[in-house]
Design a protein around this ligand. Structure first.
Ligand code: PLP
Length: 406
C-alpha cells in the first residue's frame, strides 16, 4: 500500500536538520511497551520515556485504539467549532483536579505561555498595570518560547535572543526567605515546578510550597504550578500538588498528558479563567480532536489506583537497585525524585560526567536521560513491567561499570 521510501540514516540529520539537537547515534524505528528497536534491529530498554512523555510506554493498545478510532472520524476543525474529544477531556480533567476550566494547546511551553499571559491579564484587569511581576526559581525550566525561557531560571537558554521580557524575578529554589523577600503587591504570579525536572530532579520541600501558597494569597498573586514534567501520574499522584496538598491557582500540563501525542493544557478556576475572554488568546490546533482523544484515554488509564499505586511500587524497585549500584561503584551521592521521575546525583569524582553515563548506557542498549551535567534521570513508562526494570537496571549497572573502569 505505502510507496517505497528512500532509506535515511543518522548522518542525514547533520545535513538536513537545524543543528540545535545532538541525537544519539542510532535511529529508533519501533517501540512496544518499554522496549524500542532501532534500524539495525537492536532491542533497547527504554527508561527515558521520551523525556517523561510516553506515560504508557510505546504502542499501548488503548492509545492505539483511541487514536485510530478518532483518525477515522475527525482530525481537526479549529476553534471556530468545538469538538467532542476536547469537551470530554476538559470535563474529566476538571473533575479530577481543583480546576473548573481548561485551555488546550500543543506543548508545555505553550501551556506556560498561556498561564503567564493569563496571570498578567488577571492582575492587569483587577489591580492595574503595576502588578505584573512574575517570580520564578533559579534553575527552573518552563519551555523555549521567549517568555518561557525568560521566566525559566537558566540564562543559557534565555541569553542572546535580544531584549527579554521585563518584570521577571528569580530566586533560589526551596529558599523560603528569598521568596518572602521578592513577593510583593507588584507580584502577579509565583511560578514553580513541584519537582524541578530539567534542573536536576529536585523535589520542592513541603514547607516551601506551603509558604509560596501563603505568600501568593497574602499578596493577591496567582500560584502557578508547572506540572508539565511532574504531572499526569508521574509522582504516583495524578498531579504532584495532590501529594503535597498545596493547591495552585493555575496548573500546566503537557508531556505525559498525551502519552506521546502532542498536547498541552492549562487548568484554572472559573474566576481566573474569565479574564481570558473571547479573542484574548488562542492557538489553531488547541483542543485538536486527535490529541484530546488520546489524552482522554491516557487519563482514563493513568488515573486509577492500580496505575498510581504501581508508580510508587516501581519507584521502590528502581531506588533499591540504584542505591545498590551507587554503593558498589561509589558513583552517586544520592538518589532523589518521586514516583517514576528519578534522579541519581553523581558523586564528587563523577561531577559533570552525566553525558558519559548516558553514552555508556546507549552502548548497553539502554535509553536513559541526564538532567544537567551532574544528574542521571529516569522517566520511564508508568506501567513499565518489573522484568523491564530489572533488565534495564542490569544494563545500567554494566554501563556504570564501563564509566568507572574506563
Ligand atoms: C518539558 C518542560 C516544559 C516544556 O514543554 P515543551 O512541551 O517542551 O514545550 C515546560 N516545563 C517543564 C517543567 C518541563 O519539564
Amino acid at each position: 500500500m505505502s510507496a517505497p521510501q528512500n532509506p535515511v540514516e543518522r548522518a542525514d540529520f547533520d545535513k538536513v536538520i537545524v543543528p540545535s539537537y545532538a541525537p544519539a547515534a542510532f535511529i529508533p524505528v519501533r517501540g512496544q511497551g518499554s522496549r524500542v528497536w532501532d534500524q539495525s534491529g537492536r532491542e533497547l530498554v527504554d527508561l527515558a520515556g521520551g523525556i517523561a512523555v510516553n506515560s504508557l510506554g510505546h504502542a499501548h493498545p488503548a492509545l492505539v485504539e483511541a487514536l485510530t478510532e478518532q483518525a477515522g472520524k475527525l482530525w481537526h476543525v479549529s476553534n471556530v467549532f468545538t469538538n467532542e474529544p476536547t469537551l470530554r477531556l476538559a470535563k474529566k480533567l476538571t473533575a479530577a483536579t481543583f480546576a473548573e476550566r481548561a485551555f488546550f494547546c500543543n506543548s508545555g511551553a505553550e501551556a506556560n505561555e498561556a498561564a503567564f499571559k493569563l496571570a498578567r491579564r488577571y492582575a492587569h484587569n483587577l489591580f492595574g498595570p503595576e502588578k505584573c511581576e512574575i517570580v520564578s526559581a533559579l534553575n527552573s525550566f518552563h519551555g523555549r518560547t521567549l517568555f518561557t525561557v525568560t521566566v525559566g531560571g537558566q540564562p543559557k537558554y534565555s541569553d542572546g535572543f535580544g531584549p527579554k521580557i521585563q518584570g521577571i524575578r528569580h530566586v533560589p529554589y526551596n529558599d523560603i526567605q528569598s521568596l518572602e523577600a521578592v513577593v510583593t503587591d507588584k507580584t502577579c504570579a509565583v511560578v514553580l515546578e513541584p519537582i524541578q525536572g530539567e534542573g536536576g530532579v529536585l523535589p520542592a520541600d513541603q514547607a516551601y510550597l506551603e509558604a509560596a501558597r501563603e505568600l501568593c494569597t497574602r499578596h493577591r498573586a496567582l500560584l502557578v504550578f508547572d506540572e508539565v514534567q511532574s504531572g499526569m501520574g508521574r509522582t504516583g499522584s495524578l498531579f504532584a500538588y495532590m501529594g503535597y496538598g498545596v493547591i495552585p491557582d493555575i496548573l500546566t500540563s503537557a508531556k505525559s498528558l498525551g502519552g506521546g501525542f502532542p498536547i498541552g493544557a492549562m487548568l484554572t478556576t472559573d474566576r481566573i479563567a474569565s479574564h481570558l475572554s473571547v479573542g484574548t488568546h488562542g492557538t489553531t490546533y488547541g483542543g485538536n480532536p486527535l490529541a484530546c482523544a488520546v489524552a482522554e484515554r491516557v487519563l482514563d488509564v493513568v488515573n486509577t489506583p492500580a496505575v498510581l499505586e504501581g508508580v510508587k511500587a516501581k519507584h521502590e524497585r528502581f531506588a533499591t537497585r540504584l542505591a545498590e549500584i551507587g554503593q558498589r561503584y561509589a558513583v552517586f551521592s544520592g538518589v532523589r525524585g518521586k514516583g517514576l521521575l528519578i534522579g541519581a546525583v553523581l558523586a564528587e569524582d563523577f561531577k559533570g560526567r552525566a553525558k558519559d553515563f548516558v553514552d555508556a548506557a546507549e552502548r548497553e542498549a539502554l535509553m536513559i536521560l541526564q538532567a544537567g551535567p551532574d544528574v542521571l534521570r529516569l522517566a520511564p513508562s508508568l506501567v513499565i513491567e518489573d522484568a523491564d526494570i530489572d533488565e534495564g537496571m542490569a544494563r545500567f549497572e554494566r554501563a556504570v561499570a564501563r564509566v568507572v573502569q574506563a
